[in-house]
Design a protein around this ligand. Sequence first.
Ligand code: SF4
Length: 277
Amino acid sequence: MKVLLAKSAGFCFGVKRAVDMAFDTDATKTTYTLGHIIHNEAVINKLHNKGIHSVEELDNIPMDQVIIRAHGVPEDVYKEANDKAIHVVDATCPYVTKIHKLVNRHERDGYKIILIGDAKHPEIIGINGWTKEGCIILKNIDELDLSKLSKEERYFVVSQTTYKKAVVDEIVNTLEQAGYDIKFTNTICSATSERQDEAREIAGQVDAMVVIGSRLSSNTQKLYEICQSICPNTHCIDDASMLEKEWFDGVEEVGVTAGASTPSDVINEVLTKLEQI
Ligand code: SF4
């Protein structure tokens, strides 16, 4: 069975930077990450062994320093850390920081902010926290209620970095066609769109597709959905132990891609096991 690995599989720039920063942090000081650094058990366990654990909030846990992951956090968290004299190791992806600055500046310039994404996703919670009034958060076109918008207002529109372009385009086009005064900046990360384009291309060439990554990872889930819509024999796995031989009965070529938080050693183990199959 031939194995076709996507060049873009695995850590993106922002995740690699965050993981490297976490491992480079001086763990002789009491250090926590705010939320898991990435959606990957093996990496989280390695950090635990280094003495770095994770907390969901800064409340009530004494610490010297906190590592902020690539998803970023609301502005208040920096203020809270400062008030508590906690040193911040800021591993927010620079592409996400750019969105924080954009929404903050445009709100000050008088725009209402429309943020396309999943309201429960940490990146969206973080971006929302860089505005004073809060953003109008839309998961999809069904959540767009034009009766709540005003033609007297100016709207600045951005999206979650890992969001599907088609969803964003549909909302932006609808707003434009309805005559609202909108300014749109495309904030979908190129690492995400390149990974999705390549996955789409590979899924169209193979008999089976394996997507490696956590089900908790938004970009892994999107990859799975894209591949599955093209190649029904698509499987999402955390690691090599989840591979099942029967998936590859009669398969001549299998494609492999991986989410942005999947380490290279996990990908290599999957490739080795596929070669054995
Ligand atoms: S997907 Fe893009 S925005 Fe998100 S962490 Fe990776 S490089 Fe940064």
